[in-house]
Design a protein around this ligand. Structure first.
Ligand code: SF4
Length: 446
């Protein structure tokens, strides 16, 4: 079993994160929090599927009341899964939500630009958390680093680490340790590097807070699963990480089996179905005997993601067999084996054989059918190898979170879309029905 870093223990309702606790599997609703019935229904499905913590977006104070209602209904039905409020921008919303749910996620990049003012806001939040036994996640994303930090360190993993360390110092100053940290990015190299830097920095300081791992905007389907597995497994295999979320642009219930696999594997409850491996120089040949397509995909991503990311290996050839619909399928020289290898190379950013998609999982801020649109964008842009295309659910966080996308499709709400070229909106208020056509026209003209 891998030795997990010795961290502070964080209590989130009936769950403990960190210390010697098993890896905690969590997810997030993609319902509108104000739609209490839909949110309750989704929370129940997620809890049934095995989610140990469920996050809901809280874009305004009005949703804090909805959150209260959702929590009340769930508890009445005997569902005790801790709830997490996802708050951006407003410390007042975070403070109000901290009185209602077991944990509040804040994005420090969204707190007051003036560091002293941000400190005051945070101290007030901590007071409420202490009074209510609420935990905090300091959830920093690559796409939302503040200007002060990027001016000092660039838009880098180092900047992410530095930004978060300032906030952890504020926790210590406030004598508050019920804190989990995340440093997510869509780029697996940036994500892994940022967490590694943070793990070392916390150890040097002598206080190690538990880490929440995730690859943001990983997309959907095989690509989303492989990318998430590569980033998360690289860290878990080093004993870094205490709770995980696999973000997919799909029904969040689909995230749970992938996250559960990762938790089981790195808590030592399951092992890879790789039967043999030969390595010559920086090339490997791996043979699997796998019980399913899904299992093969995850085993392969975890066995080789880190070695490719860290450039220990340059190539890997997939052989062996897997079972699909009761039939044994051979991998030797198969199209499926080369497709999986291509996807893995892309996820580890070693070779780009198709466009790179950055798609958020969607949440209560999403005002359109994100999953359907994303699939359509993928279908119509599949020829644009190497291009980075973002498809984001909302105009509030989407543009920032798209990070290094060449082009972006960002939902504005009210059936309208903004199209971004890099960080600049080049078309606004485009009706949804025309937006993919406009995006493709712009790409062709450029
Ligand atoms: S970018 Fe996507 S996941 Fe993030 S807040 Fe907006 S809709 Fe939600």
């Amino acid at each position: 079993m891998i030795k997990i870093m010795d961290t502070v223990k964080v209590k989130v309702g009936n769950i403990t994160i960190g210390g010697d606790s098993p890896i905690v599997v969590q997810t997030m609703c993609n319902t509108h929090t104000s739609d209490v019935a839909a949110s309750v229904e989704q929370c129940i499905r997620l809890a049934d599927a095995g989610a140990q913590m469920i996050r809901l977006t809280v874009p305004s104070l009005a949703q804090v009341d909805s959150l209260k209602e959702i929590k009340g209904i769930l508890r009445d039905r005997g569902i005790v899964t801790p709830l997490v409020a996802d708050v951006h921008f407003s410390s007042e919303i975070a403070i109000a939500a901290a009185e209602v749910v077991e944990k509040v996620r804040i994005n420090p990049g969204n707190f007051h630009k003036d560091h002293e003012k941000a400190k005051e806001q945070f101290a007030r939040l901590v007071q409420v958390c202490k009074a209510n036994g609420t935990a905090i996640r300091i959830g920093l994303n690559h796409g939302s680093l503040g200007e002060r930090i990027t001016n000092l360190y660039g838009n880098t993993p180092l900047a992410m680490k530095e930004a978060v360390m300032e906030w952890l110092e504020m926790c210590v100053e406030n004598d508050f340790y019920n804190v989990v940290v995340s440093l997510k990015a869509s780029n697996t190299i940036v994500m892994v590097e940022a967490y590694r830097l943070l793990a070392v920095a916390m150890q040097e300081k002598g206080i190690v807070f538990p880490l929440h791992l995730g690859v943001t905007e990983a997309g959907n389907g095989d690509g989303g699963r492989i990318k998430s597995a590569v980033g998360i497994s690289a860290l878990l295999s080093e004993g870094i990480g205490n709770t995980i979320r696999v973000s997919l642009t799909e029904d969040p219930v689909n995230e749970i089996p992938v996250a559960q696999y990762l938790a089981d594997r790195y808590d030592g409850r399951l092992t890879s179905t790789m039967a043999s491996i030969t390595i010559e120089g920086k090339s490997a040949i791996a043979t699997y005997i796998s019980p399913s397509r899904e299992r093969l995909l995850l085993d392969f991503s975890c066995d080789f993601g880190k070695r490719l990311l860290d450039k220990e290996l340059d190539e890997v050839e997939l052989r062996g067999s897997y079972i699909e619909e009761g039939e044994e399928k051979t991998l030797d020289g198969s199209e499926y084996a080369s497709y999986l290898t291509d996807e893995l190379m892309q996820a580890a950013r070693r070779r780009f054989y198709r466009p790179e998609y950055i798609a958020c999982p969607g949440c209560g801020r999403t005002m359109y059918n994100l999953e359907k649109t994303f699939n359509e964008v993928k279908r119509r842009t599949s020829h644009l190898k190497g291009m980075v295309i973002g498809v984001m659910g909302c105009i509030v966080n989407g543009p920032g979170e798209m990070a290094d996308a060449d082009w972006g499709y960002v939902g504005e709400g009210n059936g309208k879309v903004s199209i971004y070229k890099g960080k600049e909106p080049v078309l606004r208020h485009v009706p949804e029905e025309e937006a993919i056509d406009r995006l493709l026209e712009l790409i062709e003209q450029s």
